[in-house]
Design a protein around this ligand. Structure first.
Ligand code: NDP
Ligand code: 8X3
Length: 254
């Protein structure tokens, strides 16, 4: 029987690449995001390969999140795979000058949004005693770097929540995994730097991970036999050794 995956943040970057990867493997898709045109175009591209349903909601809005997920038609209601991916960094400022709206956005989206989506999906997984939840953390969930403060905190929280989920859902046979990438070339930097013209300089001078690299690892994790859980993965591009050590062509340490 075909499996169904719900992916948050499927309009861009890692989420969209995962949707493409899953479609290749015939997995039915529920694609979530706020940008309807993007959802429509991903749906159009993938509908030739699999069944696709889209949900437009902001994960910060608890009621809308539950409303959207509870509105899924019967054919998409049983989610086998949940990819909690929606999230971003907002700003890169030292703590003393940090912007409280940025802090709210990161905690509300990356942490509370992930919890709301999970809360809406988990009951049908526990009922069926099966499912796989993959939380997209970050290397920022494993180490803290200068000016990373609140983003790092949000991703440390994602890691703690992942471990808590794995413990609490253990008796139901539900797999819980964290995939934690380092630098991935997506719209992430545009969002972090609020569309500044040099936002994409982040990825200059080295070959960053691509969204497809992460999607392939996610596909690997969800395709393991039922007795195998890939619990935690830290992924870097070859040029990256840690959050602060990146070998760049003209500039070895940033
Ligand atoms: P992108 O900016 O390319 O994608 C972010 C996605 O999240 C978009 O689809 C966006 O959709 C969605 N999203 C953002 N805010 C909300 C919201 N309030 N409600 C619903 N959806 C939202 O970035 P990435 O693909 O790189 O990021 C995906 C995940 O990977 C994030 O959790 C990020 O922290 C993590 N990550 C990224 C790394 C990187 O270097 N790029 C490294 C490590 C982890 P829309 O705007 O349509 O709502
Ligand atoms: C995104 C990677 O290094 O910008 O999570 O925190 S980093």
């Amino acid at each position: 029987m075909k499996k169904t995956a719900l992916i948050t943040g499927a309009t861009s970057g890692i989420g969209r690449a995962t949707a493409h990867e899953f479609a290749k493997h015939g997995i039915n898709l529920v694609l979530c995001g706020r940008r309807q045109q993007r959802l429509d175009s991903v749906q159009k591209a993938l509908s030739r390969e699999t069944d696709v349903y889209t949900l437009n909601f902001d994960v910060r809005d608890k009621d809308k999140t539950f409303e959207a997920i509870n509105s899924l038609p019967e054919a998409f209601r049983d989610i086998d795979i949940l990819i909690n991916n929606a999230g971003n960094a907002h700003g890169l400022d030292p703590i003393e000058t940090g912007n409280t709206d940025d802090w709210d956005a990161m905690m509300d989206i990356n942490v509370k949004g992930l919890l709301y989506v999970s809360k809406a999906i988990i009951p049908r997984m526990t009922e069926r005693e099966s499912g796989h939840i993959i939380n997209i953390g970050s290397s920022a969930g494993k180490e803290v770097y200068p000016k990373g403060n609140v983003y790092c905190a949000s991703k440390h929280a994602v890691l703690a929540i992942t471990e808590g989920m794995r413990i609490d859902l253990n008796s139901y046979g539900i797999k819980v995994s964290a995939i934690n990438p380092g630098l991935v070339e997506t719209e992430f930097s545009e969002v972090r730097y609020k569309g500044a013209p040099n936002a994409n300089d982040t990825y200059k001078g080295f070959k960053a991970l691509q969204a497809e690299d992460i999607a392939e690892v996610i596909q690997f994790a969800i395709s393991r036999p039922s007795h195998v859980n890939i619990a935690d993965v830290l992924m870097f591009c070859t040029a990256q050794a840690s959050s602060t050590i990146v070998k760049k062509k003209f500039n070895t340490v940033d």
